[in-house]
Design a protein around this ligand. Structure first.
Ligand SMILES: Nc1ncnc2c1ncn2[C@@H]1O[C@H](COP(=O)(O)OP(=O)(O)O)[C@@H](O)[C@H]1O
Ligand SMILES: [Mg+2]
Length: 441
């Protein structure tokens, strides 16, 4: 702002001093013209005198010519503003119309140099009886009978120019002041508005940061609760599982000859082993242990997960299609855990799909990843629900017994495998798409 005002002031003052110089030049020119006119008049008077005296001009005649010139010139004068001076050849001083003789080396030298005008400083102007201000002298030489010539000076005070200049400076000062006031006012308003905006942005940033932190805190809290719960349940489940295995081992020798009973007990042991694997995996998950990874064909994972939920789909009368491409790369995973993630996603798809509908699970390779896509023909999902779906205990199916943990567990398992999990409405078609992607082994 200060710079703007300084620039305005600088431009205006340079413009003013240029104007002042122009005015003085113009004034000097006018004085020179006036002096020239008086000199011509003087010349004519001298010529007339000479004609009357047969070409001779004696001192008395000359005096008469000067006297009549000064009387005529007196009418040109303005008191305290303009005066006419005459100087005789070889005379140092200058004769005023009221016959005073005032010396001036400045005017003498200027006349000798043949200058048309000269500036007379204020103190010197005062010696001529002009105001103590800069004065301008217009100079002209008059041809005389002698070799040396008479000089005519029209001396005028530049008071009016100075006054006009002073007014100009006042005007400039006032204008600068007004500009300063306007710029300062607008500047202050803009600054205040900017400050308010910045403050608002800061508040918004702070509150969104606070919200984010709050959400993280809530999530961490729920995850901790889940981990604690998981650990507790794992211990609780572990004990009866041990008992089951012990009892089956006890009973097994007694049904050695009954093939069907033996097969049934075998299935019981298999399923218990599976539960134990999941429990161990959950405990590892809860403790944040590094996963124990096996290189597994993804098609096997998809098919085993589909087999685990087949009876649920049958019961709901929903068709489950599994589509895998040939030659998919192996993935490094904990199979029983990873299958559980797929199971949870498939069960959600089954719940969302109406009777007679279809759920399709596709496994494909994309870049360096293996992607499991589960598409259903359900009601779809809003962005809001999709965003919150993996939150622990978030469920829109509470009445139907939803725990809100299925996708939390699925997401934890997937991130345990350094994979990604997304859930979104299908585009251009009814239903939801869940996508799990993990790196190839
Ligand atoms: N395939 C889907 N279609 C529509 N909504 C879904 C689907 N999968 C998950 N959701 C939504 O995500 C929520 C959370 O899922 P989940 O964690 O499995 O909990 P739950 O199934 O117990 O409700 C569900 O309540 C539901 O609102
Ligand atoms: Mg679920």
């Amino acid at each position: 702002m200060v710079l703007t005002i300084a620039a305005v002031f600088g431009v205006a003052s340079s413009w003013m001093s240029r104007e002042r110089k122009d005015m003085l030049d113009e004034f000097s020119y006018e004085q020179a013209v006036l002096a020239q006119a008086v000199a011509i008049d003087f010349e004519q008077r001298l010529a007339a005198q000479r004609a009357e005296n047969d070409g001779h001009t004696d001192a008395l005649m000359l005096d008469e010519a000067v006297r009549s010139l000064l009387a005529g010139a007196h009418r040109l004068e303005h008191a305290h503003e303009l005066m006419v001076l005459v100087t005789r050849p070889g005379q140092g001083g200058f004769l005023t119309t009221d016959r005073r003789l005032i010396p001036s080396t400045r005017l003498r030298e200027a006349l000798d140099r043949g200058d048309a005008s000269v500036q007379v400083p204020r103190d010197e102007a005062a010696t001529f009886g002009l105001p103590r201000r800069l004065a301008i002298a217009g100079l002209a030489r008059v041809a005389s009978t002698n070799d040396t010539s008479w000089g005519v000076v029209v001396l005028a005070s530049a008071q009016r120019i100075r006054d006009r200049e002073r007014h100009g400076w006042w005007r400039l000062g006032a204008t600068t002041l007004i500009i300063t006031a306007v710029v300062a006012t607008f500047g202050a308003i803009a600054q205040r508005r900017q400050r308010t905006e910045l403050e608002l942005q800061r508040q918004i940033a702070i509150s969104s940061l606070e919200r984010e932190r709050e959400a993280l805190l809530a999530k961490a809290d729920k995850m901790a609760a889940l981990a604690a719960l998981g650990t507790g349940i794992a211990h609780e489940v572990g004990t009866p599982l041990g008992v089951i295995v012990g009892r089956v081992d006890q009973v097994m020798p007694r049904v050695e000859k009954d093939e069907r009973a033996k097969a049934a007990l075998g299935i019981v042991l298999d399923q218990v082993a599976r539960i134990q694997a999941i429990v161990r995996g959950c405990l590892a998950l809860a403790r944040g242990d590094a996963p124990h990874l096996d290189k597994t064909p993804p098609a096997i994972l998809a098919e085993r997960a589909a087999a685990l939920v087949a009876h649920r789909f049958d019961h709901a009368e929903v068709i489950l299609d599994v589509e895998t491409t040939e030659g998919l790369p192996l993935v490094a995973c904990e199979p029983s855990l990873f299958e559980q993630a797929l199971v949870n996603v498939l069960l959600n798809a089954c719940h969302a799909t109406p009777r007679g509908g279809r759920v399709a699970m596709r496994v494909e390779e994309r870049d360096d990843r293996v992607v499991f896509v589960v598409d259903d023909e359900g009601v779809g999902i809003s962005d809001e629900v999709a965003k919150r779906a993996t939150e622990p205990f978030f469920s829109t199916r509470r009445e139907e017994g939803g725990s809100g943990l299925g996708l939390t567990i699925a997401r934890e398992i997937v991130s345990h495998h350094h994979g990604t999990f997304t859930l979104a409405k299908r585009t251009g078609i009814r239903g939801t798409r869940a996508t799990i992607a993990i790196s190839r082994a």
